[in-house]
Design a protein around this ligand. Structure first.
Ligand SMILES: C[S@@+](CC[C@H](N)C(=O)[O-])C[C@H]1O[C@@H](n2cnc3c(N)ncnc32)[C@H](O)[C@@H]1O
Length: 268
């Protein structure tokens, strides 16, 4: 396991920037720190609540993401799971393809520690690296696929994250993003919005003893990009073809973005 130090990177990277850029970088650094502290605090109850709050669907959503990512990975290829948290998607990737090198990166050490314990208990080899997803410690073109599950919405600057994922991907690589889009319109969307904003924060607070994190979850989802908008941000970050599918009536969305020039395919 490789746990590096993680200072307020974005603020340090803007020497010479104008005052507005500097303020923006400082507020990004503050948001990143708050998010990192919040996930560090809820790490011990994260897995339990994930299953309960998604009514058990989260495993299926991640399995679909793993299949979509691995469809473009050659034998012995390399996959980076950013914002890996307690490692569920990284483990699903490794379970599906033992030959692949799977690296999990996250900036919250307590989440990574749990990922490491889970991998050891299952006899699975995962490389775990403590890093901010907007400043990854990897060379250009290091990976055949990059995945991120329910992490991008938490980035202080999701566009910087997308550009960084593009940077570390090989020329025929693909990015797979799982995210909760804002709830759809209509009766199901209304019901889901109620569950998400009223029931989930109470349940989350009860089990984790942490009220902030589970109020933050619906707030961050309601403020996040729609699936079409996210596809546009992926193209703006330098990806070519982007396709997505909604999972479980639009509760979750699976995007696949291909590095420009690679042949587009439907997600599995
Ligand atoms: C909701 S959890 C998702 C964890 C895991 N991918 C899953 O599917 O269960 C979000 C994770 O993103 C991480 N995270 C958020 N912003 C990050 C960033 N800028 N760089 C690295 N990790 C980040 C958090 O520490 C947390 O572990």
């Amino acid at each position: 396991m490789r746990f590096g130090a993680h200072g307020s990177l974005p603020a340090m990277m803007v020497s010479g920037a104008g005052p507005d850029q500097h303020d923006g970088a400082q507020s990004d650094a503050r948001k990143a720190e708050r998010v990192r502290d919040m996930f560090s605090d809820i790490a011990p109850t994260y897995d339990l609540l994930n299953g309960v709050l998604s009514l058990g669907s989260d495993r299926r959503w991640r399995a679909q993401a793993a299949r979509a990512a691995l469809a473009g990975v050659p034998v012995g290829g390399a996959v980076l799971d950013v914002a890996t948290g307690t490692g569920d998607l990284a483990l699903a990737l490794k379970r599906a393809r033992r030959d692949a090198r799977v690296v999990g990166a996250d900036f919250a050490a307590p989440m990574l520690e749990l990922a490491g314990r889970k991998a050891a208990a299952r006899g699975v080899e995962l490389e775990l690296v403590q890093a901010d997803g907007t400043a990854l410690p990897f060379e250009v073109g290091s990976f055949d696929a990059v995945t991120i599950a329910y992490g991008l919405r938490n980035f202080a600057d999701p566009d910087a994250g997308l550009r960084e994922f593009r940077r570390v991907l090989k020329p025929a690589g693909r990015l797979v993003v799982l995210e909760f889009p804002p709830p759809p319109k209509g009766a199901f969307g209304t019901l889901f919005r109620w569950y998400f904003t009223k029931v989930l924060p109470r349940l989350g607070a009860l089990v984790s003893g942490e009220s902030t994190a589970y109020s933050y979850l619906p707030e961050s989802v309601l403020a996040f990009f729609t699936p079409d908008t996210l596809a546009g941000h992926m193209r703006a970050a330098g990806f070519g073809a982007v396709e997505y599918r909604l999972q479980t009536l639009g509760v979750s969305a699976l995007h696949v973005a291909h590095v420009q020039g690679a042949a587009p395919e439907r997600p599995a």
